[in-house]
Design a protein around this ligand. Structure first.
Ligand code: LR7
Ligand code: MN
Length: 553
């Protein structure tokens, strides 16, 4: 494998199933949801790791330790570290979910060195990788992470990696309330810490971690992970991201049949393998190219990281940086892979447990808008169509000239090239679509309400987040949301599968701002939060509709 091959991203993403990020509301456009992983583990049961055979009598925790799943022998890496004491003084709340958005009580019960199932495909055990491998600096940023998850992340790196491959572990404490959370972990081998004296967010924190790093490879992890056996088999490897259940901390293998993708509102999602990608794959252990990374867990050659613009450090707190690094990597000559024999578990949760000083929505919009403006060329209009609130707020975005310059200097390809060659699965809206955005009447917008074929859309307060309120008026005069078009059933307005020749799906947006239904000659009307067909006369405000992003260019 070629270290020179640019970004050595290995990002194992077996999380699949579980986490399509969904746009939920204007208040929280970064809210995401995930479904439980119901995939069976595709592997053997719990496998003790090598160091358990090491002769070692010392007990890590005190005798009254309440910790579960504790191995009999202490890992040599943890000798001298009093885990029970470290955990005892961690911050707690009577609501177990309050501080971390996962069940901290369950997490605190588990030993840092607990046994987890080996979720790899059975063939991975016999795979042979070229050696010797370069060693890595592991960079873990955190803001108010629970001590138990933070410790398990660090311990799993030390315990489940060949020691010669771990050059150092750099913790970046992003201005947590208790500086001892991270500081005490520097008693563990190879662990160093950087402490921010103000909240920087994960992008600037990671970059300062890389500035200290002296390993040849950079490996980034979230602060609530558990690296699994063989995760670091080689350096162009990415882990599949297994799921650590946020309620009971059960470690569950994720599907190996997924790659990272996104929609036009720039929300990350997992896509199941297209038949083309499936056909390219030789066997279940070979790497799969991914158009996008989830963002948190990957490794990359440090020299490439530095030479290709690191990160956009004007991005704040959380979100968007994975789009930027993915577009940049692909468009500027690199590639990204998920390596299925590397597995790392991550605690997926449903909300952010921390604050966003500029607000959650504004921060996500700023970060993604910077990405769209620098990398997406003319296709950025689809981003604005899907997320109208990102339009016209130049002040929020900040100066992007440095990143535009970087793109020139690196001589990167077009976004069109990326779409055609890297992410052909993404549906590009028809270029002839005439209007995009929300279909608005005063403060309310037509919203699918999450319904599909045969369901009726309704009116809902405009939230500016795209999602269920993103529509386009196509060149054949259909009012379209994804693959559904507005049609009728009696006087009700109903979502149907689009048929471009159908008069029932043909709407004329006339100069009086009415939407006239060709099939019936009636007009789109509203009554309360219902939308329906009624007579176009007399003129009244319930017949007036506008596309908020008409003719954007
Ligand atoms: O202000 C902050 N400062 C921080 O140091 C905010 C966050 N952080 C740390 C935080 O403690 C954590 O270690 O940054 C890390 C990521 O934050 P999370 O865990 O709250 O967010 P997440 O798991 O939803 O993050 C996913 O998307 C992010 C977008 O910015 C990052 O790319 C995360 O790294 C990414 N996590 C993963 O890819 C793991 C798999 C999740 C998926 C899909
Ligand atoms: Mn995370």
């Amino acid at each position: 494998y070629i270290v020179t091959a640019f970004v050595l991203l290995w990002l194992t993403v077996s999380v699949v199933y579980l986490l399509p990020f969904l746009v939920a509301s204007k208040e929280d456009p970064t809210f995401y949801d995930h479904r439980p992983a119901n995939k069976k583990l595709n592997s053997h049961a719990e496998v003790p790791v090598d160091y358990h055979q090491v002769k070692q009598d010392q007990q890590v925790a005190e005798d009254d330790s309440p910790l579960k799943d504790q191995p009999k022998k202490v890992s040599p890496n943890l000798i001298g570290f009093n885990e029970t004491k470290y955990l005892r003084s961690s911050h707690k709340n009577s609501d177990a979910y309050k501080l971390n958005a996962f069940n901290q009580v369950e997490s605190d019960k588990l030993h840092s060195d607990r046994l987890i199932p080996d979720t790899r495909n059975y063939k991975c055990g016999s795979k042979i990788y070229p050696s010797p491998l370069p060693s890595t600096s592991v960079i873990i940023c955190f803001h108010n992470e629970a001590r138990s998850t933070l410790l398990r992340t660090v311990a799993s790196v030390l315990n489940r990696s060949p020691p010669e491959l771990i050059h150092e572990i750099i913790l970046v404490d992003d201005f947590s309330d208790d500086p001892e959370d991270g500081r005490q972990l520097t008693q563990l081998p190879k662990v160093k810490i950087i402490t921010n004296d103000m909240r920087e967010g994960l992008v600037r924190s990671r970059v300062s971690g890389t500035e200290l790093a002296t390993g040849k490879i950079l490996t980034f992890l979230d602060s609530h992970c558990e690296c699994n056996t063989g995760w670091i088999l080689r350096w162009v490897v990415s882990p599949i991201i297994d799921v650590i259940n946020m309620d009971n901390f059960q470690y569950v293998g994720a599907s190996a049949e997924l790659v990272g993708g996104f929609d036009w509102s720039l929300h990350f999602k997992w896509d199941s393998l297209s038949s083309a990608r499936r056909a390219k794959r030789k066997d279940p252990t070979s790497p799969i190219q991914t158009p996008m990374i989830a963002g948190g867990l990957f490794a990359m050659d440090k020299e490439r990281f530095d030479k290709t613009g690191r990160y956009d450090t004007e991005m704040d707190i959380w979100g968007g940086e994975n789009f930027e690094i993915s577009f940049r990597t692909w468009m500027c000559g690199g590639s990204m892979e998920i390596v299925p024999c590397s597995r790392v578990g991550h605690v997926f949760r449903k909300r952010h447990p921390y604050t966003f000083p500029q607000g959650n929505a504004m921060t996500y919009i700023k970060n993604t808008k910077r990405t769209a403006e620098v990398w997406m060329d003319g296709y950025k209009k689809y981003f604005y169509a899907a997320r109208p609130s990102a339009k016209g707020r130049n002040t929020v975005m900040g100066d992007i000239s440095e990143r535009v310059k970087l793109r020139k200097e690196l001589n990167c390809k077009s976004f069109k090239w990326y779409l055609e060659n890297v992410y052909p699965e993404l549906n590009v809206p028809e270029p002839l679509d005439v209007e995009f955005g929300e279909v608005r009447q005063n403060e309310k917008c037509i919203d699918t309400l999450g319904r599909g074929v045969g369901g009726s859309p309704g009116l809902y307060k405009c939230h500016g987040g795209g999602g269920n309120q993103a529509w386009s008026m196509t060149s054949t005069k259909a009012i379209k949301h994804e693959e559904h078009c507005l049609g009728s059933q009696g006087s009700s307005v109903v979502l149907w599968t689009c048929i471009s020749t159908s008069e029932d799906q043909h709407w004329e947006h006339n100069s009086m701002k009415q939407l006239v239904h060709k099939g019936s000659g009636l007009c789109l009307d509203s009554e309360g939060d219902r939308v329906q067909l009624s007579s176009c006369t007399p003129p009244r405000s319930s017949l007036l509709w506008s596309f908020t992003l008409s003719n954007i260019e």
